[in-house]
Design a protein around this ligand. Structure first.
Ligand code: MLT
Length: 409
């Protein structure tokens, strides 16, 4: 009899956003007259910009003509997109990343989840707490973690680095051995950031210890302040210790289109092996290339028109972030994030758990957010709201929150 991967049986529940979707659907069935406002999952609401739509149409026409039809895409990405990324995202910021160090994929979530495959099963992962659940869950599936403790909300064999208001949401270097260090800047879920100096500490640590930093920069387009790096390769020494993940979902609205990329510098070597070669082997074997039409849409993100339109989209969402941030402050909440990121992280009222607050918000205001504890034990007592809604819904959600008696101090 075949044996299943028992690591899957260790999970205490379903994936965070699936659990939330189930709860919200049940609420909507019970309350068909209520207009639910979703500020939970970080899914965008603005349509694709016209420069991107034009590129998609053009690429579809190419696919419909024998002379310009494209079959399988090159497994690591089309040269036109890899070269554009290298120039626009890296050279322009003074980072020397070559086009062939960029691996185009169907999104950062897949890459963040899959990257662990190229490391030994015994590798110890270190994660900020709270954290985007994919980092931990994908390692659980691979058998790299121990068991889940319902009381502490922690997995054994995982190094947790608490990021709370007490330490300004800046993780401290681990005191235990850590091989794979996941960092997400700007951070999901807290919306906070690390400065260049703060990130340098991590780069130096990884180079000294031989650890590898898995750097998720999916939200870099939202950085407004100058001292926050857009890429870890802005930090000296990062090319010998860091892999970077990028997404087109949040900066260009590709959540339903799917495109991302991962940078593995050739200088990144562990145990005498170039990780670039391992990831190329893995990617080439398990992925058949992002579709041509989608990569053409990705290229349009960097056109002059695309850049101008996307700057406006980011500004639109950041206006929402300000509405949420200011609205919560007005009520008297303790609020973080929302300045260099589309996520706002708030303290829930005293005596309540994050999930209790989730239920309360849904019941009293028909507003959906994400409970902090869903991102890890140090997220307990916090709650995440996203700025990716429409402006009208965001304003209405805040009006509803302001009327909730339990939220007023
Ligand atoms: C989130 O809400 O944390 C994100 O939308 C998840 C994702 O990007 O996969």
């Amino acid at each position: 009899m075949v044996k299943v991967n028992e690591n899957y049986l260790k999970f205490p529940g379903s994936y965070l956003f699936s659990t939330i979707a189930k709860k919200v659907n049940a609420y909507m069935i019970e309350n068909p007259d209520k207009k639910v406002i979703r500020l939970g999952i970080g899914d965008v609401t603005m349509p694709l910009s016209s420069a991107i739509v034009e590129a998609l149409h053009g690429a579809v026409d190419e696919m419909g003509a024998a002379e310009t039809f494209h079959g399988y895409a090159p497994d690591l990405g089309y040269g036109f997109l890899r070269e554009t990324i290298a120039r626009e995202d890296y050279s322009s910021r003074g980072c020397q990343i070559e086009a062939d160090e960029i691996f185009v994929s169907d999104g950062a979530k897949s890459d963040c989840g899959n990257i662990q495959e190229i490391f030994d099963e015994s590798s110890i992962i270190a994660v900020c707490d709270p954290v985007y659940p994919v980092y931990v869950d994908s390692n659980v599936m691979a058998g790299r973690t121990g068991t889940y403790d319902e009381v502490t909300g922690k997995w054994s064999k995982v190094v947790y680095m608490p990021c709370t208001a007490e330490n300004g949401f800046v993780p401290e270097l681990p005191t235990e051995a850590a091989d794979l260090i996941y960092l997400c800047v700007p951070n999901n879920p807290t919306g906070t950031t690390l400065t260049r100096d703060q990130l340098k500490v991590w780069v130096d640590y990884a180079n000294e210890t031989g650890a590898v930093i898995l750097y998720d920069a999916a939200y870099e387009a939202y950085i407004a302040e100058d001292n926050i790096p857009h890429s870890i390769y802005e930090i000296e020494g990062a090319k010998t210790c860091a892999i970077e993940f990028r997404s087109f979902s949040k900066n260009a609205g590709f959540t339903g289109v799917r495109l991302g990329f991962t940078v593995v510098p050739k200088e990144l070597v562990r145990g005498g092996v170039a990780l670039h070669a391992l990831w190329a082997r893995r990617h080439g074997t398990k992925f058949n290339g992002a579709p041509y039409i989608i990569q053409k849409a990705g290229e349009a993100v960097y056109s002059e028109a695309g850049k101008a339109q996307l700057k406006e989209q980011v500004a639109y969402y950041m206006r929402n972030a300000k509405v949420i941030y200011d609205g919560l402050k007005e009520i008297g909440c303790e609020v973080y994030g929302g300045v260099n990121a589309p996520y706002i992280w708030l303290k829930v009222p005293k005596g309540m758990t994050s999930w209790e607050f989730f239920d309360l918000l849904l019941e009293e205001a028909s507003v959906v957010g994400t409970p902090g504890s869903g991102f890890g034990p140090s997220g307990e007592g916090y709650f995440r709201l996203t700025a990716f809604g429409t402006y009208e819904n965001t304003k209405e959600a805040m009006e509803r929150l302001k009327k909730m008696p339990s939220l007023r101090k």
